[in-house]
Ligand binder design. Sequence first.
Ligand SMILES: [Zn+2]
Length: 457
Amino acid sequence: MQIYNTLTRKQEEFTPGNQEHIKIYSCGLTVYSHPHIGNWVGYIYWDVLQRYYEEVGIEVERVQNITDVGHLVSDDDSGEDKMEKGAKAEGKTAWEVADKYIEIANREGYEVLRLRKPKLIRATDLIKEQIEFVEELEKKGFTYRIDGEGIYFDTSKLSDYGKLARLDIKGLEEGARVKVDGKKNPTDFALWKFSPKDQKRDMEWESPWGTGFPGWHLECSVIARTALGDQIHAHTGGIDHIPVHHTNEIAQTESVTGKQFSKFWLHNNHIKVDGTKMSKSLGNVYTLVDIEERGYDPQAFKVLVLSKHYQTEGNFTWEILDASQNRLKNWYAVADLAWQLPNVEQKNQSTFINDVMEAVGDDLDTPKALNIIDEKFNALVNANLSPSLRELEFIDNLLGIKLAGEDISERLKSKLLERKNARDSKDWEASDRIRDELKEEGIGLNDSTTGQTWYRI
Ligand SMILES: [Zn+2]
């Protein structure tokens, strides 16, 4: 069964009028440490996905979980809980650590990167619903208990387990995954983990099976179902989620509902740093704070990310960020021509918007969309024209990249006029002096045969 589809096919499926609105579920952050730049990559694409449908005129209902419990260090339901481990490292409780990083993630995602805020739901806010979900699975005979470990999902009860990743179950049985003692099949996974007998966890709850906490995959099935219903249109996450996390979400949800969970799955590839995997030991785990502190425009990071296709592996270096920032600065300069030069006529404007929409509608081809912007802006500059405010607003609406600044003050405008007059009357001394004064105020000048234009420095 072919699960991967292009957005073009999604477009056919989701023609306006066929659907009241689109339901999208995105796997969210585990809030145990400061998110690094790699964590934001997927969300930048899913933000464009949401904005694309909104631009088409379809209402989007998008839900994202906040993993604040149950995500163990290993994908095999073993090892420490990331939240409890993070808490120990900071001398805080798991609850305090969650609150701290939720606040940081909200600032960085929705203020610094200006992503549209999905409906965010914390895993710990739906514990009762998660317990009820396991009870439903239990009633249907999909679960078994391992004493001292927890309640597990029996993947052999599903004939199509692993369809998303096309897992070679036989191969896994040879021992590809770490085994928890007592697991019937290597691919079985925890629905409810028991708290260790000798230790009180910061986060634990009573359940019909004993004190413990939900398995990591459970929260996504339950949050999606509670907030969006049995079926959704699109589910997003990183490619690393395919073999275990998303495979197990499908197994749980479809076993309870008997219906296909998500029509489409979109998985983003990751970015490396300096061509290698990010790791603490290499000192290359950067955050948006590092980017801001080095004086970069956070939007330049979005340009860097959107310059690659979501399914392609990317690379981050400071040189590549420099290039992205220069590209963005050129766009800002062209955007400011909107205050100074005539706009293009309506016909060209809609061609541009259609071309960009077509690119993004074709399996989220953001690199192509960015190239169309470059071409368009270059053509405008060559023709001594400017983009219209409608076009700039469109770029902001679709890509979340704000190019149009406010018009400059009347005082600066009269200074620009003074400088133009000085130049026209060949008073080079005054012309140079005013140019320097404007520079002090953050305004740069371009002189051409057709006159002077300004840009923000
Ligand atoms: Zn998830």
